[in-house]
Design a protein around this ligand. Structure first.
Ligand SMILES: [Zn+2]
Ligand SMILES: [Zn+2]
Ligand SMILES: [Zn+2]
Ligand SMILES: [Zn+2]
Length: 335
């Protein structure tokens, strides 16, 4: 494009009708013809201003709601550069708090499940022990407080495991899945008991593994095991998938007891048990399973969390078979 042609083209008004753009181009031509220095500029800016206000008016008169598409008359709400009828905004567009139902403006928190809540509810309103949801009519249909103080939402309570028959079914599923990974265990002789949080706290003095505990007692004589006792304890009333994750973790302790050296580094041991549970959970599709997997990945604890992340990295690099083979002959971490 030549210099002269370029000068004779008026500035572009985004969204202006073609007619207006033509007028603007013509104004440039007229201004060029007058060729009177300052006068030319004044004339141009006058015309430009008139055209801009005309374009703005034209645009205003067709302002439409970005929710329903109907014209907007009178007051309206602008949010994220979109315009809405006040009622369209309040009833369909505005972010609503999952706890109190009020519109959220400003600081808020969105949980794993996509529920937005005012930031000031955190630490004040109860959250489910197992899914982390804020407990409310909107999110969970309410919740329960167990006798031992645990707060559990109604969604998680639906699959709460309270009987040994269900535990046995889950045990069989885990053992079958373990076999596909090459983790072979014979656990038929191990009793599994469901206990509440108070009993669990007495059993597991360290309180680090709150959902399950594997008790191992071994009597040796001249280096030979002469007697052993294994007992697995699980918290009662956990949602089914939490039982799957916890029991898989505890059964991996049993495998390590049968196959690995004594006194294994805690991060290698707990990280491996969590990783075995993670492998099992990956076979259960759905958002609840993903949520528990996320809690494994994000666990801040240096033994359970860092241990899990290190083991996961090791398995990614070396494969499951190599990891299991390492565990059989090493008490210290490979990292
Ligand atoms: Zn509307
Ligand atoms: Zn709220
Ligand atoms: Zn829940
Ligand atoms: Zn453990």
């Amino acid at each position: 494009m030549s210099k002269a042609q370029k000068f004779l083209t008026g500035p572009t008004i985004p969204g202006a009708p073609t007619q207006i753009q033509h007028s603007l181009d013509q104004a440039f031509v007229v201004a060029e013809d007058i060729n009177m220095g300052t006068t030319r500029h004044i004339l141009f800016f006058l015309l430009f201003g008139v055209l801009l206000s005309f374009a703005a008016q034209a645009k205003d008169s067709t302002l439409r709601c970005d929710y329903c598409g109907q014209p907007i008359v009178g007051d309206y709400i602008v949010a994220d550069s979109h315009s809405y009828h006040t009622s369209c905004y309040e009833n369909h567009v505005a972010l609503r708090c999952a706890v109190c139902g009020q519109i959220i403006n400003g600081e808020h928190y969105v949980d794993f499940w996509g529920n937005a809540v005012h930031a000031y509810h955190k630490g004040v309103e109860p959250q489910c022990e197992y899914c982390g949801r804020f407990i409310s009519e909107y999110t969970t249909g309410g919740g329960f407080r167990y006798g031992d103080g645990r707060i559990v939402c109604k969604l998680c309570e639906k699959t709460a495991v309270e009987d040994s028959a269900t535990v046995d079914t889950i045990r069989s599923q885990i053992i079958a899945l373990f076999n596909t990974f090459g983790i072979a265990i014979d656990d038929g002789y191990i009793p599994i008991s469901l206990v509440d949080k108070k009993v669990m706290a007495r059993l597991d003095n360290d309180h680090i593994d709150p959902n399950g505990y594997t008790y191992i007692e071994k009597t040796t004589s001249l280096g030979i095991t002469v007697e052993q006792n294994l007992d697995i304890f699980l918290l009662d009333g956990m949602p089914r998938l939490h039982v799957v994750a916890t029991l898989a973790h505890e059964l991996m302790h049993v495998w390590l007891y049968d196959n690995g050296p004594d006194d294994m580094d805690p991060a290698l041991c707990e990280g491996s048990c969590n990783y075995a549970a993670y492998l099992v959970l990956q076979q259960y599709p759905g958002k609840e399973s993903e949520y528990i997997q996320t809690t494994f990945r994000d666990e801040p604890d240096s033994i359970y969390g860092d241990g899990f992340r290190r083991v996961a990295e090791y398995v990614e690099d070396n494969g499951v078979a190599e990891w299991l083979s390492y565990l059989k002959s090493h008490r210290n971490s490979p990292w």
